[in-house]
Design a protein around this ligand. Structure first.
Ligand SMILES: [Zn+2]
Length: 337
């Protein structure tokens, strides 16, 4: 940017200067930045965090290698908290005596393994007011009672809210609620490979600052019939065209994910980034209901290798004969005996 401005001010031939600039080979950090922008194009929230990082004065002074290192670190959890941390890290690498406040959250809360801590300037404070560990804006948690550090992004049941004081304002950097409060993913009727893939989707969404949660997963035939009745013989809107045995939910290979609102309650609001969620799900090999013609079902993902979305009804016979295991075996995703 600077060189373009410099050239246009000093050169009589502005068009020539611009042309040279466009043709200039991008540096390795610029190339990496472009790759990241492509990868995150569907997540404006993450792109805004990247903008914040690369616009930072200290980041601009890093060497090419350091910039690439910083960009790669950003991709481990591309969100505003990570960007804030990396700005502080850049400052420290330029001036090792610096102790930037952006390395640690100023305030917030953390719930880990069912225990809730308050956050006070990077310290974790327990219910008795004792400091029992530390937390950084890159999501690293070190409890005094544990030898190894953890990451807030490695466990989808973690509740984490990190805020940074900017001037007199408190800005929320990341705000994630527990992603499976009802334990739907631990239902033994849900296929283990589906659990793995859906968990990976949730983890990636959370790293990108998307506060997602499981709504429903396995559904019995009776539950499916009750849902089918909704909007037909029972009150409510029609939400499904599938009767018992016609939905992949009945075979433990479909899950509905929604977003958490600010209070940690399920939300289907249009304003959430459903498109990026769908993109992440498809990258995990799942079929996304947001891509369907007809009844678009954006929370819905399903996994049935070798079969089509409409094939669920063809699993009835296998199910009758051998239950879920027989259905999973037909798709080659059964448990290894
Ligand atoms: Zn569904």
């Amino acid at each position: 940017m600077d060189s373009v401005n410099g050239a246009s001010h000093s050169s009589e031939s502005q068009s020539t200067a611009s042309a040279t600039q466009t043709q200039a080979t991008p540096s390795i950090s610029e190339e990496r930045e472009e790759e990241i922008r492509t990868e995150l194009a569907q997540n404006p929230q993450a792109v805004a965090a990247l903008d914040q990082l690369v616009a930072d004065r200290n980041f601009g002074q890093l060497s090419e290698e350091q910039k690439v290192e910083s960009l790669n670190a950003f991709m481990s959890a591309p969100n505003a908290a990570t960007a804030t941390y990396l700005q502080g890290a850049a400052e420290v690498s330029l001036n090792p005596q610096a102790t930037p406040s952006s390395l640690t959250p100023d305030a917030g809360t953390l719930t880990l393994d069912g225990v809730t801590y308050g956050i006070q300037h990077g310290n974790l404070v327990d219910a008795q007011g004792l400091t029992v560990g530390t937390i950084r804006n890159d999501g690293t948690v070190q409890l005094a009672s544990e030898t190894a550090a953890r990451s807030v992004y490695s466990d989808i049941s973690t509740r984490v809210q990190l805020t940074e004081q900017i001037g007199t304002q408190n800005r929320t950097l990341v705000d994630l609620h527990a992603a499976d409060p009802r334990g739907r993913l631990t239902d033994p009727n849900l296929n283990p490979e589906v659990v793995d893939r859906v968990t990976a989707v949730i983890e990636q969404a959370r790293r990108e600052g998307m506060n997602m949660r499981v709504d429903t997963a396995y559904r019995t035939f009776a539950e499916q019939d009750a849902l089918y009745a909704q909007g037909r013989t029972a009150p409510g809107n029609r939400v499904t065209n599938a009767r018992a045995g016609q939905s992949w939910h009945n075979y433990g290979v479909a899950v509905d994910l929604v977003f958490n609102n600010a209070n940690g309650q399920p939300s289907w609001a249009e304003t959430h980034n459903w498109d990026r969620y769908g993109e992440i799900a498809v990258a995990q090999g799942l079929e996304w209901g947001g891509n369907w013609q007809g009844l678009v079902d954006r929370p819905h993902v399903e996994y049935h290798p070798g079969f089509d979305a409409g094939d669920a009804r063809n699993m009835l016979q296998s199910h009758r004969q051998g239950g879920l295991e027989a259905v999973w075996d037909r798709m080659g995703i059964g448990q290894i005996p």
